[in-house]
Design a protein around this ligand. Structure first.
Ligand SMILES: [Fe+2]
Length: 275
């Protein structure tokens, strides 16, 4: 968890012989909202796994799956973070915990890969009631990427096109810092500790987020990001559409998108799947 995540955890590591994302979980706004979502998911035709008991961080959760093999969960009952020691307790009572190090504030978003972003968009709109805030429309008519939100944050999940032929893969998970300056300091901390810095710091053109990408030691891509004060408050927001020509210009201040950004996802593709 990051220092101001209010829940017991925001990221769960599971022992595995490979990398990638085990499941993605959303918290419903109320028990009633959870029941409404479960009804919509059951009626959607998408694969339903059903109720699971939960884990140390949250109560029962309803599991379902997108057409690309990513497992999703939705739950309401949760466990609020309680400092175990006084040193973990924040000085101010409106802050979840004290902090040290690179210190991201909270979980921000996730970027998944799918071979058909339009179909993934239908899944997100049908099952989670997500809105699209920005997207990339390629010259061939396909969606190259789509940014989703279930609240007023500019995005809580992004999906970009899978180029490696994999299924159910993760592009990156992102934690938000309070300020841009924290990201520059984090870059030095990563450098000092031998963490692979892939690209950045720079500012994304799409969504305007200030970013830094690193690979954790097992190979999952992790982003530190700061979106500034931007929120999407218009109830009739129309998705911003970026063209392939727009995207050729690189990131906001001209940084070229690094090649590994188009190829590296987790878990890696097994040789037998590459054929
Ligand atoms: Fe991101």
């Amino acid at each position: 968890r990051a220092w101001d995540d209010y829940e017991f955890h925001s990221l769960k590591l599971t022992k595995s012989d490979t990398t990638g994302v085990g499941h993605v979980a959303y918290r419903a706004a109320s028990p009633e909202a959870l029941a409404r979502r479960v009804k919509a998911i059951e009626a959607s035709g998408y694969k339903v796994i059903g109720w699971v008991e939960g884990d140390p961080g949250h109560g029962r959760a309803f599991r379902f799956e997108d057409p690309f093999g990513h497992v999703f969960e939705i739950y309401y009952d949760t466990v609020w973070y309680e400092p175990k020691e006084e040193a973990e307790r924040a000085a101010l009572k409106n802050t979840a915990s004290a902090f040290t190090g690179a210190a991201p504030r909270r979980l921000d978003h996730l970027n998944l890969l799918s071979s058909d972003v339009t179909e993934f968009r239908r899944f997100m709109e049908t099952c989670l009631g997500s809105r699209v805030t920005e997207m990339i429309r390629l010259d061939n008519g396909r969606l190259g990427g789509c940014w989703f939100t279930v609240n007023n944050k500019t995005y809580d999940l992004a999906c970009t096109e899978e180029h490696g032929g994999g299924n159910g893969r993760l592009h990156h998970v992102t934690y938000a810092t309070d300020q841009r300056e924290d990201i520059l300091r984090a870059a030095d901390i990563f450098l000092q500790n031998g963490v692979h810095i892939e690209t950045g710091p720079h500012k994304h053109a799409v969504q305007g987020t200030f970013f830094l990408y690193v690979w954790e030691p097992a190979g999952n891509r992790v982003e530190l990001a700061n979106a500034g004060a931007r929120l999407i408050l218009a109830p009739d927001w129309e998705p911003v559409v970026w063209t392939q020509k727009d995207r050729m210009k690189g990131q906001a201040w001209g940084l070229r998108t690094i090649e590994s950004f188009h190829t590296h996802g987790t878990p890696p593709i097994k040789k037998s799947e590459e054929a």
